[in-house]
Design a protein around this ligand. Structure first.
Ligand code: GTP
Ligand code: MG
Length: 229
């Protein structure tokens, strides 16, 4: 699904990020109450491009919420620099259109073990993309709670994530659970609407204001640092 609608300064933009298969497109479909985006049913990455999904804001019908679906970061594909650049360039365009980012939803499978370390890498890169001031508008949402048969095991994972995500939480990021339902998607949207939008993300400052090339941004440098490690 590709919207041809131009971004407006009044738009409420919610950027959805995460590893491939975390449930990003599902989250947007549930928030919309209909299946507007393709969802993956294999191990391969599903979403290949950025899609903007607009809907009227429930609290203010003169404004639109724009959900931004993104391709997932994928440890095995080697494609993450291209994906990050694509997201960065989209954010620089939003900055030039004077459209602020209302919030970022980072989705993380609660049952994730195998690629857990890669999630730390992705979150470090996303922190650089946001800058410290932007972290207060980040929702760290765990998904696929029904995949873990034992509730106690899931809760233990959540406690561990609270420790892993301390730095972001200390800067105002909030944790939430996405249960794969419309109500829990809307609860997360509500959390975002509670706070004023981000004036500008760090990468928007770098690329939009200071005209740096993508490869000179802190997010790109962080990605390269992990590649070399
Ligand atoms: N059990 C369960 N499955 C889910 C949930 N959310 C998503 N899924 C499933 O997880 C798979 C991947 O979901 P997607 O929404 O395509 O994930 P994505 O993050 O958009 O993936 P990419 O586009 O590849 O980055 C699909 O089979 C979904 O049905 C959830 O909360 N619980
Ligand atoms: Mg997707």
């Amino acid at each position: 699904m590709k919207s041809t609608r131009k971004l407006q300064p009044s738009d409420i933009v919610i950027l959805v990020l995460g590893l491939t298969g975390a449930g990003k497109s599902t989250f947007i479909n549930k928030a919309m109450g209909e299946d507007v985006l393709d969802v993956g049913h294999t191990l391969d990455s599903c979403t290949q491009d950025i899609s903007c999904v607009p809907c009227l804001c429930p609290n203010d019908s003169s404004r639109h919420i724009i959900f931004v679906d993104t391709p997932g970061f994928d440890h095995s594909s080697g494609d993450d620099e291209r994906i990050l650049q694509h997201i960065a360039e989209w954010l620089a365009r939003a900055y030039r259109a004077k459209t602020k980012i209302a919030g970022i939803v980072y989705l993380h499978e609660i049952s994730l073990t195998r690629h857990g370390a890669y999630s730390k890498t992705a979150l470090d890169i996303i922190s650089r993309l946001c800058g410290e001031a932007g972290l207060k508008n980040v929702i760290l949402a765990t998904t696929k709670w029904n995949d873990l048969q034992v509730e106690a095991a899931a809760q233990k994972r959540e406690k561990q994530l609270q420790v892993d995500w301390t730095r972001m939480l200390d800067h105002g990021s909030r944790m939430a659970r996405f249960y794969g339902t419309t109500q829990s998607a809307l609860d997360i949207v509500e959390l975002i609407l509670q706070k004023p939008p981000i004036d500008s993300l760090q990468i928007q400052q770098e690329m939009g204001r200071y005209r740096k090339g993508f490869s000179e941004t802190e997010a790109a440098k962080t990605l390269r640092k992990y590649r070399l490690a």
